[in-house]
Design a protein around this ligand. Structure first.
Ligand SMILES: C[S@@+](CC[C@H](N)C(=O)[O-])C[C@H]1O[C@@H](n2cnc3c(N)ncnc32)[C@H](O)[C@@H]1O
Length: 274
């Protein structure tokens, strides 16, 4: 796991994790774009752009080249590879840097119409610093859009054996790393603290149930993030290996029951720079 002073990124950047992130993008980007409501013509900054699918989708909707800031060279290489594959390299720029101090040129500060971030703040020790940089990056009247997790929202029904303890250990691994697994509920406060005027909050549904064609992909995403946190959970003594592996196996079994339902949502908040 790569770590720098401002973040401890739980999920890693290997090819399995990149595949999981890509799957997640396939499930969630329609909802994210719907809530963004781009009208066309917006210049967009995307912090923690990862493998770049959403950055590209936003640029496509706006019809303007977007800028993604990402600290991992592996993620940038994958984002550039994917952009090249779809012939969209000219639609996006991926720049290496830290979201709390994005490497923007003098003339770029205060120039963006939209600053967006998804699933980044939960991995930062000081998420407020990233939101402050987003407010500075947009023009007066520009929008700041935050999407992130509040892990306490997750409900599996009927609950698989051992899952409550497994999910608790997963959330505690964030705390152990110095991050906030509940940052989603703080998004409006973060906007206000950073000097933005809040405009709107909502949830983007991110759940599914047995019988829905994408249900196996939701399960793959959920078990993928939990499995990826195994080393941290064990190292921190948050759960023993046998209980962890048993609960993860129970989750897989549960995904085959006929009334399995996964309820979850991504917290969304939007503000404007005064
Ligand atoms: C869960 S991924 C989300 C990627 C993308 N926003 C999406 O929704 O598909 C979070 C990304 O943030 C990056 N990241 C973590 N800490 C960062 C930091 N301090 N500055 C910039 N990027 C960071 C990680 O490398 C990872 O690619």
């Amino acid at each position: 796991m790569s770590q720098i002073a401002t973040s401890a990124y739980l999920h890693g950047v290997d090819s399995d994790e990149q595949a999981r992130l890509s799957l997640l993008n396939g499930l969630l980007n329609v909802g994210s774009l719907r809530e963004l409501g781009l009208r066309g013509g917006e210049r967009i900054l995307d912090l923690g752009s990862g493998t770049g699918q959403l950055t590209r989708a936003m640029a496509r909707a706006a019809g303007v080249r977007a800028l993604g800031i990402e600290r991992s060279v592996e993620q940038i290489a994958e984002a550039e590879r994917r952009a090249a594959l779809t012939g969209e390299s000219s639609l996006v720029e991926f720049r290496r840097g830290d979201a709390t101090q994005p490497p923007l040129r003098e003339d770029e500060w205060g120039s963006f119409d939209v600053a967006h971030t998804r699933f980044l703040l939960e991995h930062l020790r000081d998420p407020a610093a990233a939101v402050r940089s987003m407010v500075r990056a947009v023009r007066p009247g520009g929008r700041i859009v935050l999407e992130d997790d509040d892990h306490a929202l997750l409900r599996l029904e009927p609950e698989p054996p051992g899952f409550a303890l497994l999910w608790q250990a997963y959330q505690r691994s964030y705390v152990w790393l110095g991050n906030d697994p509940l940052v989603g509920r703080r998004l409006v406060s973060l906007l206000v603290e950073a000097g933005a005027a809040p405009l709107r909050n909502t949830f983007v549904f991110f759940g599914s149930c047995a019988g829905e064609p994408h249900f196996p992909s939701y399960i793959a995403n959920l078990s993928g993030v939990i499995a990826g946190a195994r080393p941290v959970i064990l190292q921190a003594g948050l759960m023993d290996a046998e209980s962890f592996d048993g609960a993860l196996a129970a989750l897989h079994d549960w995904s085959c029951v006929e009334d399995a339902a996964l309820w979850y949502a991504v917290a969304w908040a939007e503000g404007r720079r005064p």
